[in-house]
Design a protein around this ligand. Sequence first.
Ligand SMILES: [Ca+2]
Length: 338
Amino acid sequence: MEQTRIILDTDIGTYYDDICAVLFAAQSPELKVEGVTTCYGDTHLRAQIAQKALEVAGRTDIPVFKGIGQPMRGHALMFGFEGDGILEPGEQPKYEDQHAVDFIIETIMNNPGEIRVVTLGTVSNVAHAILREPKVVENIKELIIMAGVVIPIVDAKGVRRSPREEYNFNNDAIAAEIVLKSGMPISYVPCDVTLDTPLLDGDYQRIRDTDTPIANLVQRVLDIWPPQEKLIYVSVGIPTEFTALWLHDPLVVMHAFDQTLLGMWPLHIGVEYPPTVIERDMVIANDILRTVPKKLPPNMDVALDVDGPRVSSFFTDRIVAPQGNGLASRQTAAGATS
Ligand SMILES: [Ca+2]
């Protein structure tokens, strides 16, 4: 089996779904994860969290690199649970010395046409890689982005679930603009689509019923989320209750090697900064990056629909599988024949 080679770029620690994506990737023999790179805010802490997740998964063969924490404009607003339930007090997992941007450039340029980069947070590291070595644009196989909004959706309670000020892009909007306009081959998976991938109750129960280090770690992280979600919403003036455990980030990792889950359409996505009503903060902002479909020649492939139930079961199958999910035996078998 030929493996899909990816770099996983993540703001692991803010929400629950990045660590779920890292563990899903670690448990997927279809993938050769060249490295995990961290973005946004305290990228040192995030690298430690990623390293710990890979240790739990028995995948210390995957190197972890600290990336860019500060957006090109403004400041990183840290929120979320940032490692609670993952790192023990005082625990300091050791990751690589090389910088994430150097690693991304080196890996792409040494393997032209081979490497997919999957971004699960800000696209700061990719933007810096483009600025430092513009040839990554023509040498990357594909950039798969989980970010932004194409068609905002409002739930039955009138709460806008996919806000125009979506955070992965707007936590470093200049980086997002550089990447979206770069000409890289892009698969764009906006959060209005990933919001169709709740972890279903039966699958959540399968994780609870599984007593392995990986399943236990996922359960600890998922258990922390509902009160966090409530605090995040109430802090911006929207009373809400727990909604769902969406599998935003695991979904885009799946798409790297299984293109049957998402309906992808060639579209032109423009980048604009029109005055934007931010209902959550009750202000109008002039610096919010919006991604808007245009009736122009396509510039990327855009996800417009998803098989949500299959995402939930696929994710769960990998999380409840034994550590390594047969990966070592498959690698040995591949090595024996080469
Ligand atoms: Ca993320």
